[in-house]
Structure formats: structure tokens, C-alpha cells
Design a protein around this ligand. Sequence first.
Ligand code: GSH
Length: 234
Amino acid sequence: MDIARLKLYHYPSTRSARVKWLLHELLGDDFDVEVVSLYDGVQYQADYLRKNPNHAVPTLEITLASGETMHMIESGAMISLLADAFPDKGLAPPAGEFSAARADYLQMLHFGASWMDMMLWQIRIHTHILPEEERDARTVTRYEKKFADEVEPQLLTRLESSDNICGDTFTAADCVMGHNVAWARRYGLCTARTFRQYLSRLSKRPAFISAFADAHEFTLEVPDGRPVKEHFTG
Ligand SMILES: N[C@@H](CCC(=O)N[C@@H](CS)C(=O)NCC(=O)O)C(=O)O
């Protein structure tokens, strides 16, 4: 089955930026983007919930050559699928056969999209999104410590010996990891020089520049009175 067209539902700097970055790497600007105004609560409207019952971005709408459309709702799965769907771009070690490089790549992609992501999300929602009375400072402290003590050393070991998270070659796993490192830095983590140098290398990529051109529209704090505050479920 061939992909006829891709459309990304996106909000600046959030997890959809990982996918937008990879789409720019793979397709230049030849895909569609619709901004979902998260702080206005558009993700909770019935039309959007039909596409993504988790009321979140990213949602990737895939139109097949048959005209049929389907939706993907997990950024890690999107990154994995898209990198494999365009093998000529060389952003993932080949699928379909065992290789140590493939195993390592998948491991880092999923480490970024699930394990690290879980900690960053807890820090974010308990610092900036949940209502004040539901925020738990102990949760923030716990995950800041776990991230600094357990995650950062693993990443540093890799980035001190190679330019990218899986070695000398940039892969789609760097779209997850680069986004996560930038996210972590907004919360006072990943401050070591090695992380700054990693982001500096990544940020010179034309696809990165396109993906994050709208980053100034993102604010960490959800301004008071914005509709998302009434709906947010964590
Ligand atoms: N596991 C999902 C998480 C997606 C997610 O939680 N996205 C956030 C933005 S980073 C969102 O849209 N939240 C809106 C809400 O829950 O109201 C993924 O990686 O795609």
C-alpha cells in the first residue's frame, strides 16, 4: 500500500515537533500541517477526538493511494514507521533483518519516546499544566533526580563518543532524542556541554530549522483562563 499524502496535526515545540522534524528530513515541505490550538482546548472537540481519542498531538493522517485515510496517534510509532517507509533517505538501519545497529536504534527511539518522555511529562504537568492545587512538588523532584542520575549518564556516554545518539550517523532516533534534550533543558536538565554541543549540531540541519521555526509560539506556562485548563486529564 502506497502513501499518497501525509498530514500532521501539530502544536509548536510539543511532541508533534519530533514528527514534523522527521517529515521535513524525509519530504522537505511536501506534507500538510494543521495547527491544533492546544491551550484553546481544540483537541477536546468531537471532530478531533474522532481522529485522536487521546486528545493530543501529534496525530498523523495517512492518505493511502486507494483514497482511504487512517490516523496514527503515537509519536514514537510515527517516527519508526516514517523512517522505514522512506528507506532511500537512510534515517533508520534496515528493517526486516536482524542487525545490532537496528536493535540499538529501536532501543534508543523507544527509550526516548516512552521512558524519558514519561519523566519529562510528569515534570512538565506538575510544574506548568495541572491546576495549582493538583501539582505535586515531590513528583517533580523525584523525576528530576531520576532523569539526572539515571538517564543523563546513559546519554552522555553515547554523545561523548559519537555525534549522534546511535553513533556517527544521524537517524530518526535523533529526532526523538534531540527534541527530548531540548525539552529537558527547558526544565533545567541536560545542562552539560555535551548536550549543548549535540543540540548545536542538530540545530544546523535545515529540517530542524523548518520544524522549529514556530517554536517562539510555544509558552511553557498555560496562560490563566485558557480552555485547556478545564479539560486537561493529565
Ligand atoms: N504518547 C503520546 C503523547 C502525546 C501528548 O501527550 N501530547 C501532548 C503535547 S506534547 C498533548 O497534545 N496534550 C494535550 C492534552 O492532553 O490536552 C505521543 O508521544 O504521541
